[in-house]
Write a protein that binds this ligand. Sequence first.
Ligand code: NI
Length: 176
Amino acid sequence: MGVRTVLRMGDPRLLRVSEPVTQYGTHELRTLIEDLWDTMRATDGVGIAAPHIGVALRVVVFGFNANPRYPDAPPVPETVLINPTFTALTDELEEDWEGCLSVPGLRGAVSRPGRIRYRGFDAGGAPIDRTVDGFHARAVQHEVDHLDGILYPMRIRDMRKFGFRDVLAAGITPDG
Ligand code: NI
């Protein structure tokens, strides 16, 4: 229990399609969620999915008031989201910079729908249904991708917009 090792890109466990949670309120699920929060906070993450720590279950947690890795990001409510699905509410894609706990030190520009409706369940199995945009929408989509074995570099269309965070921060991307 506690802070777990975050797998890094190249580990085949990050490429698996995770299984749905079938039972809520179990000791195993509670422990997994605690470990995800502990690990996310220890790494200054804004979100983390179970595959990041080698668990192939459709569980993500995200949210923060302020985050040093994304100083310009507005607060996102702290959320446990299980078996998530989402639908895009716009055809328009927004491009913005993303980082990932499994791809340390790097940032890349990824285009995603700017407004989504997402649904899922909280730790006790109660339904969640939200319509969000901006950073919140991007964070959910990034974490749901992990449940399907997708890392954000796979979504970068222009590889010129992929590089080391500290180098990029000195040049084109003040949000680092
Ligand atoms: Ni990630």
